[in-house]
Design a protein around this ligand. Structure first.
Ligand code: GDG
Length: 478
């Protein structure tokens, strides 16, 4: 008779599309897991310090999932995705259907029934893995748009647990959400949760309105009544995400970073004004609009190298999705044209970097930049804006920030722009350059205060407190 080891269960279970680790091959040729440093990982560190937790997610490679393992105090539970499922569930339904619909249909959304079938199947697999590791009465925290059906699936399997879900991206207005052929199922999936967290109040309101109009749910304030005979009400509210202010500021203050700041400016020819953009290469980020505004400012002679230069870091992203390949072509063509038409020998007008950099290098770039351009057409939050002000402990620099980011709702003092208004964007960039230093310092101080007081640790504890306080079963029914 074989004895199976007792399965470990946990009082806190996170489910996210990706595990917080990447497999890397070391110099000696061995494969090992390294933690991928991200905001969510840092936030979870703070909540898992006092209680051990499990993290359910895809390990990043198609095929059979590796066995569960412990790392950095977290129990990691890999969920397997086949090559086909990566294509259908992740690149397809998540990034070809939901992402465009949730970001104002900046590119057209595609609807395919086989994508939807895979999305259902994968969500169920995640839910089964969660149900397997959750202790009785555990708190389950599901992350993001890839897992909107998981809350209801988990509830069906484990009615004893408390379920929260957080949306990292916007929740669209009902007119756009209504396009989804599976809108009712998606809402029912989310209503499996006890508490739903969003980046902005408008996102929570959009969700509640969609429930009222599309599935005729009774709604009151920020709550939705569930029609399953339980009398359950689900609460939706804004709990904006943030970053690890203390950790990032400490990194930015390191002497090696300080040395690198000088090196970066030197290598760019010590421009008077160094402008910076840092984005995943995504059509939501407004990179084309930013380049157009910059190009016009140069063409009009308002700005020009060698006095001014723009560094654009465009981190590779979703390269197997057609709209992303097209975006890369457009951006690279425009960069080529700007440099060809408007560059000066030895002083390119745009330094375009299609790479990913270590965190230290990002911190040095933020410290080196006089003007930070954050110009998304739509963005759930935009952590880059918060990271920039966190690194500016010298109170230098200026943040140009799109009104269509979640971050703008917290960072009102920034130089606000509407990226669709190219003329307005140009004027805002000039204003950010020309505002006197004492005024900019005052602005930067206010921006930093906001992020320092609302860091990612506070976000995580606020979310879990809201989950604990969510209406209990059969309470407050109609
Ligand atoms: C989604 C939502 C929401 C970028 N390049 C490098 C690098 N990064 C880091 C940034 C930042 C993160 O990646 C990007 O976060 P964002 O918030 O800007 O954007 P999304 O990736 O679209 O994130 C967004 C977020 O979820 C959280 O809820 O804010 O609205 O779309 O941290 O610094 N980091 C390093 N090297 C790079 O080259 N090390």
């Amino acid at each position: 008779m074989s004895s199976t080891p007792e399965r470990k269960t946990f009082d806190l279970v996170i489910a996210a599309n990706r595990l917080p680790v990447d497999q890397v091959v070391t110099d000696s040729g061995e494969a090992e897991w390294r933690r991928s440093p991200g905001g969510l990982v840092t936030a979870m560190d703070s909540v898992m310090r006092d209680q051990p937790g499990a993290w359910v997610g895809w390990a990043g490679e198609p095929g059979e999932p590796p066995a569960r393992f412990d790392q950095g105090g977290v129990h990691l539970v890999p969920v397997g995705l086949s090559e086909d499922e990566v294509h259908l569930y992740y690149e397809g339904f998540s990034n070809g259907t939901l992402w465009p619909i949730y970001h104002d249909v900046i590119v057209a959304a595609a609807f395919h029934r086989d994508w939807w079938a895979a999305y259902q199947r994968v969500n169920l697999r995640f839910a089964q893995a969660v149900a397997d590791v959750a202790a009785p009465g555990a708190r389950v925290w599901v992350q993001d748009y890839q897992l909107q059906l998981a809350p209801a699936y988990v509830r069906a399997l484990r009615p004893d647990v408390r379920i929260g879900w957080f949306n990292h991206i916007p929740f669209p207005p009902v007119e756009l959400f209504a396009q989804l052929p599976w809108r009712g199922q998606l809402l029912d999936g989310l209503l499996g949760a006890d508490f739903l967290g969003f980046q902005r109040q408008a996102d929570a309101q959009n969700f509640v309105r969609a429930c009222r109009q599309l599935i005729h749910a009774e709604t009151r304030g920020g709550t939705v009544a569930v029609h399953d005979g339980s009398g359950r009400r689900v609460r939706a509210a804004a709990i904006p995400i943030s970053i690890d202010f203390k950790g990032l500021e400490a990194l930015a203050r390191q002497p090696s970073v300080t040395a690198r700041v000088a090196e970066i400016r030197e290598s760019l020819g010590n421009p008077k004004v160094l402008m910076l953009g840092v984005d995943r290469l995504d059509y939501t980020k407004g990179i084309r609009h930013r380049l157009k505004a910059y190009q016009e400012l140069l063409a009009e002679g308002q700005l020009g190298p060698p006095d001014v230069t723009l560094v654009q870091v465009a981190t590779p992203s979703r390269e197997r999705v057609a709209a992303y390949r097209q975006l890369r072509e457009d951006v690279e063509q425009r960069v080529g044209r700007i440099n060809g038409d408007l560059g000066v020998m030895g002083f390119p007008a745009v330094h375009y970097l299609h790479h990913s950099y270590p965190r230290e290098e990002m911190a040095a770039l933020f410290r080196a930049a006089d003007i930070m351009l954050v110009t998304p057409l739509r963005d759930g939050m935009n952590l880059v804006a918060k990271e920039y002000v966190t690194c500016r402990f010298d109170l230098g620099g200026a943040l140009v920030l799109s009104e269509f980011t979640g971050a703008w709702h917290e960072l009102h003092q920034a130089f606000a722009c509407n990226p669709h208004d190219i003329e307005g964007l140009k004027q805002t960039i000039l204003r950010a350059i020309n505002t006197p230093a004492p005024d900019k310092r005052r602005i930067m101080r206010a921006l930093r205060r906001r992020v320092a007081d609302h860091d990612v640790q506070r976000w995580a504890s606020r979310f879990l407190a809201a989950l604990d306080a969510a209406p209990a079963r059969a309470e407050g029914g109609p």
